[in-house]
Design a protein around this ligand. Structure first.
Ligand SMILES: [Zn+2]
Length: 176
């Protein structure tokens, strides 16, 4: 069973137990800015997309597996330079009711605690996207935009002296 892709509010409630029993797949577009906590750290740069596959296991527990993508405009935490990135995360979460023993689920299981009979898209994907946000967005190491640790003038002078342009500039100086 496949629900049609549609734009949705991030706080739309999904009745997870019945969706899991019916093994429903949900495709949604999230309007830019719908995920408020993510928005504070990395403002959306366009709509996001979410794909959710609900299922039920042998113990009758509801699970949601899925993929979320959100284009963001995020700041590198090291140099504060801003970068456009598409955050993309995959997840597989066992949906537990509030108060249920999480220890029953065993190690290595990601648990989403639901307050009642429903979960929102934001509750499912926002933490995952926040975890997917890298600390450092510059691709090379060390972060090329980070503030320099040594005096840059000394290094720059050395480079200039060793380069042909350095020699030229010295010749020019002596001409003048
Ligand atoms: Zn950086």
């Amino acid at each position: 069973m496949m629900a049609p892709a549609m734009t949705t509010a991030a706080d739309d409630r999904l009745a997870y137990a019945s969706l899991a029993r019916q093994a429903v797949h949900v495709d949604r577009r999230l309007p830019a800015g719908a995920l408020h906590r993510l928005e504070e750290l990395a403002p959306a740069d366009g709509d996001g997309t979410v794909r959710l596959e609900f299922r039920i296991d042998e113990q009758g527990r509801a699970w949601v597996r899925g993929h979320a993508e959100q284009p963001v405009d995020a700041a590198c935490q090291r140099c504060l330079e801003r970068f456009g990135r598409v955050l993309a995360v995959d997840f597989d979460l066992c949906i537990a009711r509030e108060g249920e023993e999480a220890s029953e689920l065993g190690a290595g299981v990601d648990v989403l605690v639901a307050e009642g009979d429903t979960v929102s898209i934001a509750e499912i994907v926002e933490d995952e996207l926040l975890l997917g946000l890298p600390d450092r967005l510059c691709e090379s190491d060390p972060c090329p935009n980070a503030p320099p640790l040594s005096f840059p003038a000394a290094g720059a002078e050395e480079k200039l002296a060793g380069s042909p342009f350095g020699v030229l500039s010295k010749l020019k100086d002596s001409d003048a």
